[in-house]
Design a binder for this molecule. Structure first.
Ligand code: PLP
Length: 404
């Protein structure tokens, strides 16, 4: 990979903060956008702006074609069988809420159980807790071991005749653990239980093939895959999506409406009520083409090298504690140094131009499990470099020396 050439595609990477060159290590929160994505959005508004699926006129047809082409780009990206299995949403959070609401409405009664894990992001906890309150379902939680890995033998024990769905993250946004989703899906399917994979932290780092995985649902956000904000994806197997009721009512999700009753549109439109965010849907396609062009395998190999280098360098720092020490990790490192508060570390690194995330990372139950309030988190992307990591490590050492 030609990193200098790649970095030139991201104008923000040559910006300065407090007079220092920006070192952006908060890619798990959101990724920066290549020029082609921003230019695509501008191009749509300047040349092709019209509401999709509604007009017979030229611009509406053009915009509709581009948005539907983007659906095919996403389909091919995760190798879904049909493009109608790709539902555009606002992001991972909305995708999980859609499944929680609609799946539970159709398939769950009071006392039924959904299994999640102890390391989930709030999006994959609270969406189900809302269903606990509405329908009286119960959440069961797969525990983790001291390395920050799921205890799969406990999963076996949690499964019962009441289990309706298992919903787990692929890669932890705090620990960096790559969860054994293939195994989880195999275990679940042996009991005819469907599985939702939260791929918010994985699709941008490795090749995902939903048919090979055989997952039932998979969700991710556009803004974490170098695409625009406000657009995300829900992949669902046709057989599930067909049985699930619509999540929201409005334009485009209907077939006919009368005061006597309404019939619903077919997939994927049944789940896309109202004017979709078509400019960002189209630009998400551009972002995916961009990363496919670099190559997910090359991205993974490069980022794995960076992760190893960064971990080794961090481990040289006195009194550092890294949370998440699995052998199978990707792109995320959470740590604390001595008694230095994560917030102080983040603020001081920021003054050196280094952007990291601090806090609970929307995973408060995990923080409770780890017995801490929060961590400093580095999350890598393919445009980061070893030199940036060297500066990060020097920065952390400086902060540590300030605290004695
Ligand atoms: N799931 C995971 C694993 C995440 O890391 C995030 C965001 O950080 C989300 C879900 C929520 O994503 P969004 O805020 O884009 O909906």
């Amino acid at each position: 990979m030609d990193i200098e050439k790649i970095r030139a595609d991201f104008p923000i990477l040559s910006t300065t903060v407090y007079g220092k060159p920006l070192i952006y290590l908060d890619n798990g929160a959101t990724t920066q956008k290549p020029k082609c994505v921003v230019e695509e959005i501008e191009k749509i508004y300047y040349t092709t702006n019209a509401n999709v699926h509604r007009g017979v006129h030229y611009l509406s047809q053009q915009a509709t074609d581009l948005a539907e082409e983007s659906r095919v780009v996403v389909q091919q990206f995760i190798n879904a069988e049909h493009s109608k299995e790709i539902i555009f949403t606002k992001g991972t959070t909305e995708s999980i809420n859609l499944v929680a609401h609609s799946f539970c409405q159709q398939f769950c009664v009071e006392g039924d159980e959904i299994i999640i894990s102890a390391m989930e992001h709030h999006a994959n906890i609270v969406s189900w807790q809302l269903q606990e309150a509405i329908r009286g379902i119960k959440l069961r939680v797969i525990p983790i071991n001291e390395k920050g890995e799921l205890k799969l033998d406990e999963l076996q024990k949690l499964i019962s005749s009441k289990t309706r769905l298992i919903s787990v993250m692929h890669i932890s946004n705090v620990l960096g653990t790559v969860n054994p989703i293939e195994k989880i899906i195999e275990i679940a399917h042996a009991h005819s239980i469907p599985v939702l994979i939260d791929a918010a932290q994985s699709v941008q780092h490795m090749t995902i093939d939903v048919q090979k995985l055989d997952c039932d649902f998979l969700v991710f956000s556009g803004h974490k895959v170098y695409g625009p904000n406000g657009v995300g994806v829900l992949y669902g197997k046709e057989k599930w999506l067909n049985q699930m009721p619509p999540y929201q009512g409005g334009g485009e999700m209907i077939s006919t409406v009368s005061f006597k009753g309404t019939t619903f549109n077919e997939l994927p439109f049944k789940f896309e009520a109202g004017t979709p965010n078509y400019p960002d849907v189209i630009a998400l396609g551009t972002a995916i083409k961009y990363i496919k062009n670099i190559g997910l395998d090359s991205i993974k190999a490069y980022e794995d090298q960076l992760l190893e280098y960064c971990t080794d360098e961090l481990l040289r720092i006195k009194d550092i504690r890294i949370f998440g020490t699995s052998d199978k990790k990707s792109s995320v490192i959470s740590f604390l140094v001595g008694n230095i508060h994560h917030y102080d570390m983040g603020m001081l690194l920021d003054k050196m131009g280094i952007a990291v995330r601090t806090g609970h990372h929307c995973a408060q139950p995990l923080m409770e499990e780890l017995g801490i309030e929060g961590t400093v988190r580095i999350s890598l992307a393919f445009y980061n470099t070893k030199e940036e990591i060297d500066q990060l490590v020097a920065g952390i050492k400086r902060v540590a020396s300030m605290f004695g």
